[in-house]
Design a protein around this ligand. Structure first.
Ligand code: ATP
Length: 280
């Protein structure tokens, strides 16, 4: 995959004749989506409907909207996770990451998923030790040197704010950790392969408030190095941790702007109704 940044400015919400202007911020674009439609049933119905938005690098971008509006589906398009479903496909448009069309024939999907990592709602460590969970990705990429692996494990666990809590039990089972620690371990596993983007699909929904606060703090730290896209049901969470927010409804992008603007002065009535709790 060709890795080359090609834009100076990220536009939030593309200006097309059918769509209102829905926001603009400065920053280099990491993920550029042009007119993306997506179907789970070979094109009979579209779950995502002509979505255009650009996600800036090294910022946190939140996807919000009522259940079933397509947030997770859209997120999974970015590392082609939906390819695993036979009848699912993009029916229009394109997605470029760092200037590369991710559906181009030359793109290696394994390489794409290395660069666009994912953290799921239900933390899912492997049934292995803490050390093996973090070293797994680098090992399958060919890193064999024990010292190098040790350094990656330490760096990744530190990056996920977990090192101090686990450094004395690296060879113990990951399942012995608390839920919040297991989720941070999954984040350490994602960053061990040095991705550019981390996709997070409701990463705190299975966590208690204290573990949620730790993961939120971590997300804000990770923003310095990674582009983060997070699906969340919590508008408080979106407003606490994200720089930009996209609001979806019935497969359409309704509004996309800086989080501050979207929550304080939304331009669309549907957004206002949703964030004020009138539906959803
Ligand atoms: N694997 C699948 N096969 C077929 N349809 C699916 C599949 N996954 C999701 N859908 C459908 O696509 C639509 C969008 O689902 P999606 O999970 O993307 O929404 P969401 O906004 O993330 O919802 P939630 O907030 O409840 O997680 C829904 O109608 C859902 O039923």
């Amino acid at each position: 995959m060709v890795i080359e940044m090609n834009q100076e400015t990220a536009t939030l919400g593309k200006e097309t004749p059918d769509e209102p202007v829905i926001g603009r911020i400065k920053g280099k674009t990491m993920i550029e989506c042009n007119d993306v439609s997506f179907s789970y049933d070979n094109g009979k119905t579209n779950t995502l409907d002509h979505i255009s938005l650009d996600i800036p690098e090294k910022q946190v971008t939140a996807f919000i909207g009522p259940s079933g509006c397509g947030k997770s589906t859209f997120l999974r398009c970015f590392n082609r996770m939906n390819d695993l479903i036979d009848s699912a496909r993009i029916t229009s448009g394109s997605i470029n990451i760092m200037g590369q069309d991710i559906h181009a024939p030359e793109v290696d999907v394994i390489e794409l998923r290395k660069q666009v990592g994912m953290v799921f709602q239900k933390y899912n460590p492997f049934p292995k030790s803490i050390y093996e969970n973090v070293s797994y990705g680098p090992r399958i990429q060919g890193v064999r040197d024990k010292k190098e692996l040790d350094a990656i494990v330490e760096r990744s666990l530190k990056g996920a704010a977990l090192w101090d809590e686990v450094k004395d039990r690296l060879n113990s089972s990951a399942f012995g950790l608390s839920g919040g620690q297991q989720q941070r371990l999954c984040i350490a596993r994602a960053i061990a392969v040095q991705p550019h983007v981390i996709l997070m699909d409701e990463p705190c929904s299975a966590l208690d408030p204290i573990a949620t606060a730790k993961v939120e703090e971590l997300i804000m730290e990770l923003r310095e190095k990674y582009t983060i896209v997070i699906v969340t049901h919590s508008m408080q969470q979106a407003s606490r941790i994200s720089d930009n927010t996209a609001f979806f409804y019935l497969g359409k992008l309704i509004e996309y702007d800086t989080t501050k603007t979207l929550f304080s002065t939304p331009s669309q009535k549907q957004t206002e109704d949703y964030i004020s709790g009138r539906f959803g």
